[in-house]
Write a protein that binds this ligand. Structure first.
Ligand code: FA5
Length: 344
């Protein structure tokens, strides 16, 4: 058996030296040193030998196995190196090819609109004030002069929590009270802030309306603040946001917390006021609700309405983004579909 072992070793070593490709190497491995390889089987049959021969045979067989293992690893490395050199020579790896670019993330279209709004309102002297998403019914409605029976308090509009009197804000307007109370120093200091944030309404989701959407509120309180200030501010804002030629229109409206109240429209930038599908052939696009802050609300914010006055407005950045990019469905915003998001 020792002779057989030696001749198998000679043969294996000679064959290995002549191998030049990976497939043949693999075949060699299973024939000689794999689980059922000739050397492995010989090593395993040590026990069948007479007792006195076992130790010498076992020792030699183990040494041969080790020699072949090492030679195999060396040959494998050599074959890999040769293959790589061949590939390089044949030009299969073109090292002059440009690297592959990694896809980079982008800003959400709403974030982009917000940043533009921050820049414009910031340049016009407004600071950002962050108010909370989870609100009290009192802040969201009562202190904003909503009568007890106002339909906005109905179950359809508001998301309630399990805690009595605690809701998800339906608009950013409760931040009016919070910012007046916090920054107004008990009705002694003026306030000029914008309040960005998410709002929640328990309403039917459609192409134009979501259950959650952003608003950007604006609050200005001071002495001698008049309707003309509100108007002038919006004319300036529209120019900065939509271009120097932008025209603004104010329509009478109603909100419990402003008096008088109005909707602010800009001339449709798609058709220049001629009338098109986007403006529903009216020539105008609504961009905000606004008005002079109601005396009751001023009082609830800590101000004496005989001395102080102010205006407020609330706009919907998603609706503005929809108009700007002509997006046909608001549901894309929170759908997280990369095919939509990657377009911005
Ligand atoms: C308000 O929420 C008032 N708080 C705005 C306001 C503030 C008026 C300060 C006066 C003074 P309104 O419900 O119209 O008003 O919403 C304001 C804007 O939020 C809308 O013009 C629209 O752009 C956006 N908006 C309202 N509901 C949705 C909705 N379901 N999905 C997407 N955007 C919405």
């Amino acid at each position: 058996m020792l002779q057989q072992l030696e001749s198998t070793y000679q043969q294996a070593a000679a064959e290995l030296d002549a191998l030049t490709d990976a497939a043949a190497l693999h075949d060699w491995e299973s024939r000689y040193i794999g689980k059922k390889g000739a050397v492995t089987l010989l090593l395993r049959s040590t026990g069948q030998l007479p007792k006195e021969d076992r130790a010498a045979f076992g020792q030699r067989a183990n040494a041969i196995k080790e020699l072949l293992d090492t030679a195999y690893a060396e040959r494998e490395k050599l074959i890999q190196e040769q293959a790589l050199a061949r590939d390089l020579e044949e030009g299969q790896i073109d090292i002059t090819l440009p690297g592959r670019a990694h896809p980079t993330g982008g800003l959400h279209p709403s974030t982009q609109t917000f940043r533009e709004l921050y820049r414009i309102w910031g340049d016009m002297g407004f600071q950002v004030y962050r108010s909370r998403d989870v609100e009290t019914d009192e802040m969201n409605f009562t202190l904003l002069n909503f009568p007890e029976h106002h339909p906005a308090r109905d179950m359809q509009d508001t998301f309630f929590t399990k805690t009595e009197g605690v809701i998800l804000r339906t608009h950013t307007s409760p931040g009016q009270i919070r910012s007046m109370r916090e920054l107004g120093a008990d009705g002694a200091q003026p306030v000029r802030v914008i309040l960005p944030g998410m709002c929640y309404r328990n309403e039917q989701v459609t192409a134009r309306s979501e259950m959650q959407f952003h608003q950007l509120e604006g609050v200005v309180v001071g002495k001698n603040i008049r309707m003309s200030d509100l108007k002038g501010t919006f004319v300036e804002f529209a120019r900065r946001m939509f271009g120097q030629e932008a025209k603004v229109r104010f329509r009478a409206s109603y909100f419990p917390f402003t008096e008088p109240s109005m909707e602010v429209d800009v001339e449709c930038f798609l058709c220049g006021g001629q009338g098109c599908r986007m403006c529903k052939y009216s020539g105008w696009l609504e961009i905000a609700g606004a008005g002079m802050i109601h005396p009751t609300v001023l009082r609830n914010g800590g101000y004496d309405p005989a001395v102080w006055s102010g205006f407020a407005f609330g706009m919907g950045p998603e609706r503005q983004t929809i108009l700007k990019h002509r997006i046909d469905d608001i549901r894309y915003f929170w759908g997280n579909d990369l095919r939509f998001l990657e377009q911005f």
